[in-house]
Design a binder for this molecule. Structure first.
Ligand SMILES: Cc1cc2nc3c(=O)[nH]c(=O)nc-3n(C[C@H](O)[C@H](O)[C@H](O)COP(=O)(O)OP(=O)(O)OC[C@H]3O[C@@H](n4cnc5c(N)ncnc54)[C@H](O)[C@@H]3O)c2cc1C
Length: 360
């Protein structure tokens, strides 16, 4: 009997596995593919990321430093409002390498990692959970005290135990141009229904173009038009889903969700790497596999940590759908130096933001 089965070795699953294994619990992580692949993420994160990896990982992961963003209400070449800090706002990192680094940390802490193993079903009993896993040697069942569904936006764990889905799943697409670019500004284009298109300079790794929008929109056709506007041909195209939540509940008697599976994402950017790992830390701090009632404390802790930010993030996102004139007026009002933290919209009301506004 395991103490904890973790389903999925993305950032949330590996961070969680590391924490529980370090606390002396018997942990196995089942990952359906190879850790880190296929890529479907920009790896654009706040500098808080460096608190989650060892110092020597920085050299492998770091691609570019970003100090600001140009917001356009039109497409490529249109006028933009500039928002910036006089220091790094965020970093662009190698997302595949991030996942590998985090998984290695989990293994070093004592977790067992099984790649090429897909969790196909699970059944909860009063005192344990049975997890069915398909691997290279066939299909096996495993008994565990708890299961953590860290299996991404289309979570099979979530469906198997009947937990609610996040309110919305956006469809994101990315493509790359190999021309090196170490500019310090990203471009954001509010030209896509209910979300945006972006251009991210990734240093020697080239430039990434992407967009996300509501399902039903022709994402690929919009992406083609967007990159044509920039006059580039991209390759290594990839796509993925972005959950916008969170759902009302992410725990059952012995199962809990973390990361994209739980809608631990910023509604105004879709970013979920840091929210997922923060929620994983909340679980490590509160959940005892020998006492499943502690899952209630996890539900409370992650909401205390993230719910206000997510709520405010919904309001920021609502502005993407304002009429263009209103968007322009709003941006003109706030344009310039900013004091906000990119993961914490509540800092819109911080002393730093006030100081930045008054210093203009
Ligand atoms: C186009 C796009 C761009 C993005 N850009 C950013 C960004 O710049 N910054 C940011 O912070 N976030 C970004 N995100 C979001 C980010 O990718 C996710 O929030 C993050 O990956 C969530 O981590 P996770 O560990 O919860 O899930 P995932 O990273 O999705 O990991 C889930 C893992 O579970 C595995 N799995 C799934 N089902 C099973 C199963 N049944 N059995 C075993 N294993 C399974 C998968 O193979 C996967 O490895 C982006 C997303 C998209 C789609």
């Amino acid at each position: 009997m395991y103490d904890l089965v973790v389903v999925g070795a993305g950032p949330a699953g590996s961070r969680l596995a590391r924490g529980f294994a370090a606390a002396g619990h018997d942990v196995v992580v089942f990952e359906q593919g190879d850790v880190g692949t296929p890529l479907a993420c920009s790896g654009h994160v706040s500098t808080d990321i460096w608190e989650f990896v060892p110092d020597d990982a920085r050299e492998r992961l770091f691609q570019n430093e970003i100090t600001g963003a140009r917001f356009h209400t039109g497409g490529p070449g249109s006028a933009a409002s500039h928002f910036y800090k006089n220091e790094a706002v965020s970093n662009v990192i190698d997302r595949v390498e991030l996942d590998r680094t985090l998984a290695a940390l989990a293994v070093d802490a004592g977790a067992e990692l099984r790649e090429g193993h897909t969790v196909v079903d699970l059944t909860e009993f009063r005192d344990h959970v049975v997890v069915t896993v398909r691997g290279p040697d066939g299909t096996r069942t495993h008994r565990t005290r708890l299961v953590a569904g860290c299996d991404g936006p289309n979570s099979r764990v979530r469906t198997a135990v009947g937990l609610p889905e996040p309110g919305e799943l956006l469809h994101g697409v990315l493509g790359f141009d190999d021309e090196p670019d170490d500019e310090a500004f990203v471009d954001v284009h509010l030209t896509v229904p209910r979300f945006f298109a972006w251009r991210i300079p990734r240093g020697d790794a080239g430039v990434e173009y992407g967009l996300a929008t509501t399902p039903g929109e022709d994402v690929n056709e919009r992406f083609e038009r967007f990159t044509r506007g920039y006059g580039v041909e991209t390759d290594r195209r990839c796509s993925g889903l972005i959950p916008i939540g969170p759902p009302e509940r992410v725990t059952t008697g012995r199962v809990f969700l973390v990361g994209d599976a739980a809608g631990h994402n910023k509604p105004f950017t879709g970013g979920g790497i840091l929210y997922g790992m923060t929620a994983a830390d909340c679980a490590v701090a509160t959940v005892d596999p020998a006492d499943p009632s502690t899952l209630d404390a996890y539900e409370e802790r992650w909401r205390a940590e993230l719910a206000a930010e997510i709520q405010l993030g919904h309001l920021v996102r609502a502005a993407y759908s304002f009429p263009e004139g209103l968007q322009r007026a709003g941006m003109a009002l706030f344009e310039g130096e900013i004091g906000v933290h990119m993961d914490r919209p509540t800092t819109l009301f911080s002393r730093e933001q006030l100081r930045a506004l008054l210093s203009r």
